[in-house]
Ligand binder design. Structure first.
Ligand code: DC
Length: 224
């Protein structure tokens, strides 16, 4: 598939990436890939195998033994580890606390980026969300969006998703993960060259989705 039908959506946690990306995919009739879920599923598998996730060498070795499968229907995305549906446990606190260090390990990124490129190549057009999609995974995507929001607004959204009652603790956890994700040596979170930045702090989900659909229509039209 040509990258003229790829929409890359990057940004920090809680910026509204997942709801936005799924809705954009549904509106454009494209597939949807949540790459964060892949890093989370890898982390879940390593925790299950009792791998010390702070030991980069142990993580790199064990990562090669994990088989992930991602379903790309925006109406019901799925993620499996060795045939087991892990969509619920990968959202738990244990995985959330361990995923950033796992995502800093270059061997893990190498494996997952290769897998993501295979899925993208096998699709007939796809919205891909993550941290390094426009910068590393598909730098020549037709549409690149960098979605941001104030930490306070992101924490309120994330707490509503997870049912957490203490939004300030959620904000501290988000800011800590942002710090690790933005400063890691391999593929840090950053606005990719050519990406359009959208600040969702004061926008509704519908407004953000519409803005991206408009940008995508213009690019997909231009690519015809
Ligand atoms: O989007 P999320 O919160 O589910 O992402 C989980 C973790 O995975 C987060 O710490 C950043 C990392 N990640 C990454 O490093 N690269 C991606 N393309 C997607 C997620």
């Amino acid at each position: 598939m040509s990258t003229s039908r790829v929409v890359a959506i990057d940004g920090p946690s809680g910026s509204g990436k997942s709801s936005t990306s799924r809705a954009v995919a549904a509106r454009l009739g494209l597939a949807y890939l949540d790459t964060g879920a892949m890093y989370r599923a890898m982390t879940w598998a390593l925790l299950q195998a009792k791998v010390d996730v702070t030991d980069a060498e142990a993580v790199a070795t064990a990562a090669h033994t994990v088989t992930l499968a991602s379903g790309t229907d925006p109406a019901s995305p799925t993620i499996y580890v060795d045939g087991q549906d892990v969509s619920v446990p990968i959202r738990g606190e244990e995985v959330t606390a361990a995923v950033s260090p796992v995502a800093t390990v270059p061997a893990v990124r190498h494996l997952l980026v290769a897998r993501q490129r295979d899925i993208i190549a096998g699709s007939d057009g796809i919205v891909v969300e993550g941290r390094d999609i426009g910068s590393v995974v598909v730098p020549d995507a037709a549409v690149k969006i960098y979605l941001v929001a104030d930490p306070g607004a992101r924490a309120v959204r994330r707490a509503a998703e997870t049912g957490a009652t203490d939004a300030s603790a959620t904000e501290r956890s988000l800011v800590r993960r942002d710090q690790i994700d933005s400063t890691r040596a391999t593929s840090p979170l950053l606005k990719a060259t050519g990406a359009v930045q959208i600040d969702s702090t004061h926008l509704s989900l519908d407004d953000v989705v519409q803005a991206i659909v408009d940008i995508a229509h213009a690019s997909l039209e231009a690519a015809r």
